[in-house]
Write a protein that binds this ligand. Sequence first.
Ligand SMILES: [Zn+2]
Ligand SMILES: [Zn+2]
Length: 367
Amino acid sequence: MSIRAAVMTRPHAPLEIWEFDTPRLEPGSVLLETVASEVCGTDVHLHRGRLAGVPYPIIPGHVSVGRVLESAGVETDATGAPLSPGDLVTFYDVHEVCGTCWHCLVAGQPNRCPSRRVYGITYSAAEGLLGGWAERIYLKPGVRLFKLPEPLTASDVIGGGCGLFTGFAAVERSSFQMAETVLIQGSGPVGLAAAAFSALRGAALTIVVGAPGDRLALAQALGADLTLSLEELSPRDRREAVLEVTDGRGADTVIEASGNPAAVNEGFDLLRDGGTYVIAGHYTDAGEIELNPHLAINRKHAVVRGQWGTEFRHVFGALKLLAKHRNRLDFARVIGRRYGLEEANRAIDDVATLSVPKAVIEPETRA
Ligand SMILES: [Zn+2]
Ligand SMILES: [Zn+2]
């Protein structure tokens, strides 16, 4: 049988539908029938050539949900849950982290492991069905599978997508204490997830700065107490609004999830003295800014942390909480539109223009 996939041949070129042979399963591998794969901001950046080391042509799609079609000796998921054909699973997109290099062993930073490969980003289409925008996904031996806990559906997981895991990781990285004021910059999937998990973790006040209005409404539905519009309020108005609810001090913790370099100075400006600033929205290189180190960091006595990518425990933790608090963390509602493989170009355009909060590729959906 031939398997269709949407292929990003090179930056800026329209995606093409290519056909692939059914892969032969090596021991320890699993073949999934793709149910849904997300389109995230990173895919827009990949299409614009903004990440170094991407081996075009690639099959994009790093976070996906699929049904187990066939496995070559894989009887459980990464947590030990029994796995059978037909089970709905997602998987940790990062693969081939070595566990033996300095980054893995000494620094405890597997994100920086030089062997690290990522489905949908750093595998070439020449290496096989290693991205989610395809009718099938080939999970190489060692890929960490996660069976969706009851009652989660594919839409629950993909509605959050990688933003769910990155948002979870950013909140954890901030180490904020219960009853703090947490301000999130950005109302895309990472910002929405960071807001939801901040509220769940016990922030006394969760503030989201973002746009457009429909995303801010989603932020409120997912747990934000206060939203401040980038479109309707000037930077000065936003600052006044934050000072007003923080007794003039600013937010205890700020999480940047906007992907916009220009947001960083405002983030420092809205942070209280001695507060913590987590930069999580710049997975790809969106450019440079001018920054006054004295005012922004040194005199402010700020703690600044970066969060690049995620680890398996973030996927595990986010899905555990999603399963437990499904009504509260209703990420299925974030999905703006579902696209067939032939509509991949439109999906990327819609994400780039922010016309949908979350775009999802469903290979079975025909244009
Ligand atoms: Zn390593
Ligand atoms: Zn992503």
